[in-house]
Design a protein around this ligand. Structure first.
Ligand code: F6R
Length: 607
């Protein structure tokens, strides 16, 4: 989604803006623009990559100390130079960048056009600059008051940054339902839609809350509510440095992040066990919930995080015999879910900013459910909305395709399920063994990464295919879903996932000679059933890639990848790593842009 950067300080603004926009490239974008302000202001915009914008700039002659930069991912209006941000008022004295969607832009546009404002883009965002201009004139050229008036008229979501020639040493910001973080150092003040854009300049970061306006100057940051009341300003020290958000020698962030998984799992489990190996989950212990009258547990998320939710749901229902439902966040709100004070909702979101997931949190809260966020981003919106937040400490995930966030979500869902089962007085099967195996997981994933050459060879089968099928049962089913999603999103090979037993009820019609079927069978009690389904595809000429455990008899199959010895309940974690690699090598073989797949954005902040 769109990316925002803003700067005012003693240095020149342009270097920060450009590096910040480059850090945000991973969110996905189709055009970019910058406004620099001094006694007058200049705006540059380009369709396509930031390098196109850089070609237009004479960086050596851009000494301005204040500016804003934006990468746009089109929602209203085609990707084009005109629709790119920033948008300026008619006399080029106010310039704004916007993330989010202005839902009442048609009414506002009509009203402003009636007042003589001329629009030059097709975006919803342009209404914001003309509205601010109008409010600025009506409020005696007081920008803070103008903003207070303007934001109250905007419906929808917004993260806004505004610069003006009237106050060339200030950046104004406002936030509602779209992320915006601020940073400060001896050099000046910064803002961005994501902390990674600030890390090279400062690690003292403040995540703005909904309903706040900020005024950035070189020396300080002031915070106000939408009524203009001053608010306390406090920064938190961000635990990651700029280096950890860089590519570090790998050919892509995705590859780097796949290889970071042993450490990401280690980091996620750090501090979770006491000396007697009892699980420490204070976030759940301190939840205000009547456990004895808990009726159901929802796991709610989107995309990859939804697949993790299916795994979490399946494990918990088995162990605790309580009704557990995994639901895509984009559907949850519209089906009048049975959610009340006897419901626990667990929201899984790497970014903590996914609009559908946040909307689902709001609904759960309205209906008095207890809410837990499982997220990777400190201070993200979801962490501020839920009763408790549990972090996957995977480090920044830059590639659009989620990898280490997924496996750490699985790890943390095991811990959450163990703790919930304890609270419900249920005996979690093989609890002690699971805890021992969790601690061994980083090494198991390291050994899994050693199978890379074999996976690279099998990826060769997929490079020229249009379709592929992933099958699995029980805990292998979310792995199949995730393997198919990874493959299609980065290599554009169409991939479907099925419960293995469902294949014969329709999809088998699609199997023909050389169709690739990826079968996952790590769960012993259903493995033999999956074998029969694999045989059905072999009989029709499919090329079967078979992922299984260390000792299953797989002599009937030619291409067998053996997951290093691992407890069954945890086997979906190394299995997911192998499927990430399968997608990666296929995409590489096809020459795809692995970190920035077409049409996708890292952080989906629109519904
Ligand atoms: C796929 C992927 C997406 C995200 C989904 C939810 O690789 O990353 O499917 O999982 O957009 O994002 P978060 O987890 O940030 O809520």
């Amino acid at each position: 989604m769109c990316g925002i950067t803003g700067y005012t300080g003693s240095g020149s603004a342009l270097p920060f803006l450009l590096q910040g926009m480059k850090c945000l490239e991973y969110r996905g974008y189709d055009s970019a623009g910058i406004t620099l302000v001094d006694a007058s202001m200049t705006t540059w915009k380009a369709k396509g990559r930031i390098t196109e914008l850089e070609k237009m700039l004479d960086a050596e002659h851009c000494p301005e100390h204040t500016g804003i930069g934006h990468t746009r991912w089109a929602t209203h209006g085609v990707p084009s130079q005109l629709n790119a941000h920033p948008h300026n008022n008619m006399d080029d004295t106010i310039s704004i960048i916007h993330n989010g969607i202005i839902e009442n832009y048609v009414e506002l546009k009509r009203e402003l056009t009636g007042k003589g404002y001329v629009f030059s883009s097709q975006t919803d965002s342009e209404v914001v600059v003309h509205l601010i201009d109008d409010c600025f004139r009506e409020n005696g050229h007081d920008m803070l008051k103008a903003l207070e008036t303007a934001v109250k008229r905007l419906q929808g979501s917004f993260a806004l940054c505004i610069v003006t020639t009237y106050e060339k040493d200030k950046v104004y910001c406002a936030k509602k339902e779209s992320p915006l973080v601020l940073g400060h150092s001896a050099e000046g003040s910064f803002c961005a839609s994501d902390p990674t854009a600030l890390l090279a300049y400062t690690r003292e970061i403040l995540a703005m809350e909904d309903g706040q306006i900020a005024v950035l100057t070189r020396d300080r940051i002031e915070l106000y509510d939408f009524e203009g009341n001053p608010l306390p300003v406090s920064f938190v020290h961000y635990p990651y440095d700029a280096e950890s958000a860089q590519q570090g020698g790998y050919d892509s962030f995705m590859r780097k992040e796949i290889h970071e998984q042993p450490d990401a799992i280690r980091g996620t489990l750090r501090g979770r066990f006491d000396a007697e190996d009892h699980l420490i989950m204070d976030e759940i212990e301190s939840l205000n919930l009547d456990w004895d009258h808990l009726h159901r547990v929802y796991f709610i998320a989107c995309g990859t995080a939804y697949h993790a939710s299916i795994y979490g749901r399946t494990l918990l229902q088995r162990a605790a015999h309580i009704s557990c439902i995994a639901e895509p966040a984009s559907e949850f709100r519209y089906e009048d879910p049975i959610v009340d004070e006897h419901t626990l909702c667990i929201f899984v979101s790497q970014s903590g900013e996914t609009a559908d997931t946040l909307a689902a949190v709001r609904l759960a809260r309205e209906r008095h459910a207890a809410t837990i966020a499982l997220t990777n981003v400190l201070g993200s919106s979801i962490s501020r909305m839920c009763d408790a937040t549990i972090y996957t400490c995977a480090g920044p995930e830059i590639a659009v395709a989620s990898t280490k966030a997924y496996t750490t979500q699985l790890v943390m869902l095991v811990c959450i399920d163990l703790k919930i089962a304890e609270k419900l007085h249920a005996v979690f099967p093989e609890e002690e063994k699971i805890i021992r195996s969790l601690k061994e997981l980083p090494q198991i994933v390291e050994k899994t990464l050693d199978l890379e050459a074999q996976i690279e060879e099998y990826a060769g089968l997929l490079v020229d295919q249009h379709d592929a099928y992933f099958i699995g049962r029980q805990l292998d089913y979310p792995t199949a879903l995730e393997g198919a999603l990874k493959l299609k999103e980065i290599s554009y090979v169409h991939a479907d996932a099925y419960y293995a037993g469902e294949l014969k009820h329709g999809p088998i019609a699609l199997i023909e000679p050389d169709t690739v079927v990826v079968a996952i069978a790590t769960q012993k009690d259903v493995a033999s059933k999956t074998f029969s389904n694999m045989q059905e595809t072999l009989a029709r000429g499919a090329n079967v890639i078979f992922l299984t455990d260390a000792d299953t008899d797989a002599r009937d199959f030619r291409r067998v990848v053996r997951i290093p010895a691992c407890m069954e309940a945890l086997a979906p974690i190394p299995a997911a790593v192998l499927l990430q690699e399968l997608a990666y090598f296929t995409a590489k073989g096809k020459g795809c842009d692995i970190d920035k797949p077409r049409n996708l954005a890292k952080s989906v902040t629109v519904e």
